[in-house]
Design a protein around this ligand. Sequence first.
Ligand SMILES: [Zn+2]
Ligand SMILES: [Zn+2]
Ligand SMILES: [Zn+2]
Length: 252
Amino acid sequence: MSVKLTFLGTGASFGVPMLGCKCRVCRSNNPRNKRTRTSALISFDGHNILIDASPDFRCQALINNVDSLDAVLFTHSHADHTFGIDDLRAFSLREPITCYGDESTVEAIRRRFDYIFSPTPHLGSRPKLRLHSIKNNFRVSGLEFVPLPIRHGLDCITAYMFEGIAYITDASEIPEVTLQRIKSVDVLVLNALRFEPHAMHLGLWQAVDLAKTVGAERTYLVHLGHDLDYDEVSSMLPDGVQLAYDGLQIEV
Ligand SMILES: [Zn+2]
Ligand SMILES: [Zn+2]
Ligand SMILES: [Zn+2]
């Protein structure tokens, strides 16, 4: 089976350009320096599975011709990964969409978007979503997913491994148990915020070191901030490691 991964968005929480910022990268005309908030789409055999519903989801779906969704996998509940949730409405008119996440993510989503999950009948339209908390391997439309713990500052959040791909965003550290599990992947997706390390996110060189440790054939960096100029950083990266950009598609 061939699985396609589309990078719907590759930017950090502010997006690039960042509102109000006049830095070189924010003013750049290079389309690869235009980054919506990080999210990806897994496509296979007519199925579409979304990883995170970013605040830019509606535009990302339009640009990438997404016309249906089977399910959503949430990595964690931060605003830049969940605030597109209301736009799931259009894809849940007929059938509810199941949204997967670890227990704390599911609980935070239920609290934060109480209007969606409230049993009180109301006349307005709201997305029809089913929240499903996951701990162990699970299958969606026949594809097996392995949830893996990673550190994001003080929080423990979820990475997903499937079909030879490990998808990791918002990591500040990868626990040994997860490192051991992802050593066999062909494709690693990993976050890198800026040149300097950050309390909540890997810095560029930490991410490059981790990519070497994992040893995947191809590593794509996401959740990129406005420090990172696409052309400049691309020329510095070792073979097999590259910056992802919005709209990039890969097949495994
Ligand atoms: Zn984020
Ligand atoms: Zn900037
Ligand atoms: Zn986050």
